[in-house]
Design a protein around this ligand. Structure first.
Ligand code: MN
Length: 280
């Protein structure tokens, strides 16, 4: 636990790291004796949520609120106490996330739009939604051992939270949420997708690893300063959606895996595209 906390706090200046550490200590004490469905100490949850938020490079108030996000709902801790210890911003964030927990999706498609509006309205501050998304990611990661309605949580993720992440421009978070929820909502389709695509993905990945140094070499020769060249695999859920359109014919999917080249600016981007088109 201390190790994860250390990794989080090292990203922030000392004064902010100190507040994050105090938030951890309060959460740790408040959740003492509580367990997750998995049997793990409860504190493992808020600390993972805080880690996700820190990985997104969010400000220290968001990270501190991530650590404290369940203390109003699950422990004896009072709002006034948070306000006194951590100031009005952190206290507000925690309170708003707690309110958001009570907004629940009915599972009926026609209400999705209303529901997202309700979330954004209740949240008031976008950071509240980000904490909620991080909370949801970790809840899905540990959904296996959850004793309640797994499918409801997973479906709500696919229909509400993933589109919300997308709307906020967080493509990676959207894909992560979808892939985590996919096996719970459509178990058979999930298995089928894995089965149909696994071998091809493996083969393509080997090819990409071979081609990567070649691309790096070409960019270097052309004086392109690429920050990263990395291989990525199409996310399973979006792959399944695409496969449905093409009668599960894998040969018609051209972006199963892809090479991603990051460059500093737009002009370098077009230049890189032009250079690579000469070779492929
Ligand atoms: Mn939580």
């Amino acid at each position: 636990m201390q190790e994860i906390l250390g990794k989080i706090t090292e990203k922030y200046p000392p004064a902010e790291a100190e507040i994050i550490t105090r938030a951890f200590e309060l959460a740790h004490k408040a959740h003492q004796g509580q367990e997750r469905h998995s049997g793990e100490n409860y504190i493992t949850h808020p600390i993972k949520v805080a880690q996700i938020l820190a990985d997104l490079n969010l400000d220290y108030e968001t990270v501190a609120a991530g650590l404290l996000h369940d203390v109003l709902e699950e422990t004896q801790t009072k709002f006034e106490n948070l306000e006194k210890e951590f100031g009005p911003s952190v206290a507000f964030l925690v309170q708003a996330v707690t309110k958001l927990h009570r907004v629940s999706y009915s599972g009926e498609k026609q209400y999705v739009e209303n529901f997202s509006k309700m979330i954004l309205g209740t949240a008031k501050d976008i950071r509240v939604v980000l904490i909620k998304l991080a909370d949801r990611i970790h809840n899905l990661e540990t959904l296996e051992t959850f004793k309640g309605d797994k499918e409801k949580i997973a479906l709500e993720t696919l229909e509400v939270y993933a589109p919300l992440a997308s709307r906020l421009g967080m493509g990676e978070i959207k894909a992560l949420l979808e892939d985590l929820a996919f096996p719970y909502v459509y178990p058979e389709e999930y298995l089928k997708t894995v089965e149909v695509t696994q071998n091809q993905i493996k083969e393509n990945k080997i090819y990409l690893e071979k081609i990567k140094p070649r691309v790096e070499q070409i960019l270097k020769e052309n004086n392109i300063l690429a920050t990263t060249v990395s291989a990525r695999t199409k996310h399973l859920y979006s792959l399944w959606k695409k496969l449905q359109k093409y009668d599960f014919n894998l040969e018609r999917i051209y972006d199963l895996v892809a090479l991603r080249v990051l460059v500093p600016d737009v002009s370098a981007c077009y230049e890189t595209l032009g250079i690579l088109h000469k070779y492929w």
